[in-house]
Design a protein around this ligand. Structure first.
Ligand code: NAP
Ligand code: MG
Length: 513
């Protein structure tokens, strides 16, 4: 069957709404359960526990996982190394069929998985559903991509010889995903490495280990052997660090912050005792993504795009719009539309399907965003929000700063919360200059009716994913490959035709005839 994107759920259909409400109830009954750490198919009990709390109500423990230490991390890498021989020799078809099976299980468990993310990650219904749809897409897409690459690459013939150019797996991978797409990104990173014949140690983000444990369970149920996928929750600076350093680790696949990604890049570059290769590092990091609002443009479209991109999932997407750069001549018209929409956003517990924004992910995230709001009040003018919503839970109002200097901290540093900086530009030239003038280069967009400006943006706006006359978030697997430039990372283009090559190495075989 040809690949196609998984559809999103329409919750205005009563049957779907009922199914989601039942799933939420079911997940509530699971609260407090402890999920296993799994090495070589053996469940491990440790003395250390990670408690996963509901950001809407931190008194609620969604679940617990056993956490590893450095020693167990080492054991997991060694177990994955032992499993490599047999897994790397399985056919591409065998491995791809495990992914297709996992996608089928995920479809059956869709509502339950979405409900888990409502509680564990504070995802509103639609965002949780989209996260699962994306995870399913990764499984289906990478399964087909592995079958395509299995045929090898084309080389020119040479008289008297037969040449074969094929792709083989790398070895053991450390898979270190973030919490913000706790199902999609974790599933994509893990399945890409597995389907290409590698074995992995998966360390989920500590804020969202329960959804991670459920995805691991699905992959095991789909036929991935225990030694091939080792599920090892634990602290980033302990377990994550140990996985990166281990001499048997052949590659690291990381998605997360600039600070941690840079540290991993440096650490993996050191050749440790007993190491027989240079480690490959895929590191996808943050953004300071901008939407340019040009003259002439449709200000209604611009405001819709800005609000969806800035405040969807509370601004906690790497692709989130954190800067709107508005050409002076449309400033007043655009701001009127923008502020109307922002003031209508409803913040609340995502258990309720009618809210627009849930909580930020954790106590730390809350403190960080609030610190930036204080910085913003010094640097710029607060035009909306800035405060906490409610007494429990990490709810923050959608926040808009205006009169922001392009070099202000709130215009340069990733805040990763519902904070939007509005910057005024004289003209399109200046807007483009400001948009590019950061260390990041992940997503960006332009709302304009000027064809010349569209062409210039295509050539001059230096971002991995450029969106014209639409929102700048929500890339589709297989349709809009995703990844950024500069300090946004290694531009791996997840969900694209080049992604799986990052987890393989080509071999050239020449036989004299
Ligand atoms: P993070 O703090 O960097 O953590 C990411 C992962 O790294 C977690 O599993 C974390 O474990 C682990 N980690 C932390 N310190 C480590 C260390 N010293 N060695 C090895 N691993 C370590 O990022 P986050 O807060 O989870 O995610 C948000 C960030 O991800 C944002 O910057 C966002 O822009 C970025 N992001 C980028 C993309 C993209 O495609 N470019 C996509 C999504 C998110 P613990 O959880 O245990 O600390
Ligand atoms: Mg973190």
């Amino acid at each position: 069957m040809p690949y196609k994107n998984e559809g999103v759920t329409d919750f205005s259909v009563e049957e779907n709404k009922e199914a989601m409400l039942r799933a939420l109830e079911q997940v509530r009954l699971e609260f407090g359960r402890t999920y296993p750490l799994c090495i070589g198919g053996q469940e491990q009990i440790t003395d250390s526990i990670i408690e996963s709390r509901n950001p809407s109500n931190p008194d609620v423990i969604v679940g617990r996982v056993y956490a590893a230490d450095e020693e167990l991390a080492g054991k997991a890498v060694e177990t994955a190394a032992e499993a490599f021989d047999s897994w790397s020799r399985k056919s591409a078809k065998y491995r791809a069929s495990c992914l297709v099976k996992a996608a089928a299980i995920m479809r059956r468990r869709k509502f339950e998985l979405s409900a888990t993310m409502v509680y564990e990650a504070g995802k509103p219904w639609l965002q949780a559903d989209a996260d699962i749809a994306e995870a399913i897409d990764f499984l289906e897409y990478y399964a087909r991509e592995a079958m395509r690459l299995h045929k090898g690459g084309k080389v020119h013939p040479y008289p008297g010889e037969s040449t074969n150019y094929r792709y083989i797996p790398l070895g053991v991978g450390a898979i270190i995903p973030p919490w913000n797409f706790p199902s999609a990104i974790l599933t994509g990173m893990t399945s890409a490495a597995l389907v290409t014949g590698n074995t992995v140690v998966l360390k989920p983000a500590s804020a969202t280990p329960i959804i991670g444990a459920k995805v691991a369970e699905i992959l095991y149920d789909a036929g991935i052997p225990g030694g091939v996928l080792n599920f090892v929750p634990g602290g980033g600076s302990t377990v994550g660090d140990a996985l990166v350093k281990h001499p048997l680790t052949r590659f690291v696949s990381f998605t997360g912050s600039l600070e941690v990604g840079t540290h991993i890049y440096e650490s993996a570059a050191i050749v440790r005792e007993g190491q027989h290769w240079l480690k490959r590092v895929v590191t996808e990091m943050g953004g300071k993504d901008a939407l340019i609002v040009d003259d002439p443009c449709d200000c209604v479209l611009a405001a819709d795009a800005a609000v969806t991109s800035a405040f969807g999932y509370q601004g906690q997407k790497c692709s989130a719009c954190s800067r709107v750069i508005v050409v002076e001549s449309v400033y007043n018209a655009f701001m009127k539309e923008l502020m109307e929409r922002v003031s209508e956003l409803k913040v609340g517990d995502p258990e309720d399907p009618d809210i627009d924004m849930g909580p930020v992910s954790s106590d730390e995230a809350y403190e960080k965003v609030m610190r930036y709001i204080e910085i913003g009040k010094e640097e710029a003018t607060l035009a909306h929000g800035g405060g906490r919503v409610g007494k429990i839970g990490y709810f923050i109002e959608p926040t808009v700063f205006v009169d922001v200097d392009p070099h202000a901290r709130i215009a340069q540093e990733e805040i990763f919360g519902p904070v939007l900086s509005v910057i005024k530009a004289r003209d399109f030239d200046e807007a483009l200059y400001i948009a590019n003038d950061t260390i990041y280069g992940l997503t960006g967009g332009v709302i304009t009716r000027d064809r010349d400006h569209i062409e210039r943006a295509k050539n001059e706006f230096h971002v991995g994913n450029l969106y014209i006359n639409r929102k700048i978030t929500g890339s589709l697997v297989g349709v809009q490959p995703f990844g950024g430039y500069k300090m946004s990372g290694t531009c791996s283009k997840a969900g694209g035709p080049d992604y799986l090559l990052l987890f393989m190495q080509p071999k050239t075989i020449i036989e004299r005839l």
